[in-house]
Write a protein that binds this ligand. Structure first.
Ligand code: IMP
Length: 199
């Protein structure tokens, strides 16, 4: 496939891990840019209470500034024993400026001695074009929260998340293995099917 026939897409994020994963999942047919191409766009406040609301907020903030498809990912980890937390606050669980090490440490602390380790990753992708919202796609992966961190791959809570039917964490898997199972892989494959059908 030549460069000319590739489709362009803006991922409305400054999270380089998300950009890398979206590029890996969509593969060579797509040119995926992210908000590094819009350095002057102000930080988008995630004021929504659901993944859907936040994904739409991010897509609509970026869409007027980009000529083409805009996709925004809002995602996070829901833990049953914590009533669904950290959820939409996954990136800020231990505080607004918290590092992922601190967020994972807090999760480990809150679940110490807890028998119910069940949880899931969720991802909602909001698609926009020409400044207007088009639709959302979602994906989830059930699993459990490990008692200690394992693995060096992935990002965020991956060293603590063991998908259902597996014994290894996402951080112990290669990218293809993770994406075949992951919330983001599922949502993004649905989005790619839709984009192919309308392009
Ligand atoms: P947001 O969508 O920018 O609000 O942040 C999502 C947060 O959820 C990330 O910073 C991670 O902490 C977590 N998260 C989302 N997807 C993944 C994943 O695939 N692996 C590990 N953590 C994730």
């Amino acid at each position: 496939m030549t460069e000319v026939s590739k489709q362009r897409l803006l991922l409305a994020t400054r999270n380089a891990h998300k950009t890398r994963e979206v590029r890996e999942i969509l593969g060579a047919d797509w040119i995926v840019e992210d908000l590094s191409v819009l350095p002057d766009l102000p930080e988008i406040e995630e004021t929504g209470e659901t993944f859907e609301e936040n994904a739409k907020l991010k897509a609509l903030a970026a869409a007027p500034h980009y000529d083409g498809w805009v996709l925004a990912d809002d995602s996070g980890l829901e833990v049953d024993a914590l009533g669904g937390a950290p959820g939409v606050r996954s990136a800020r669980f231990a505080g607004d400026a918290a590092t992922m090490e601190e967020n994972r440490a807090l999760l480990g602390e809150k679940l110490r001695g807890e028998k119910n380790r069940a949880g899931r990753f969720r991802c909602v992708l909001a698609l926009a074009k020409s400044g207007a919202f088009v639709r959302t796609f979602s994906g989830a992966v059930e699993g459990s929260i490990a008692g200690e961190e394992s693995g060096q791959g992935g990002f965020g809570y991956d060293p603590l998340f063991v998908p259902e039917g597996e014994t290894r964490t996402f951080a112990e898997m290669g990218p293809e293995e993770k994406h075949a199972l992951s919330h983001r892989g599922r949502a993004l494959r649905a989005a790619a099917d839709f984009l192919r059908s309308v392009s």
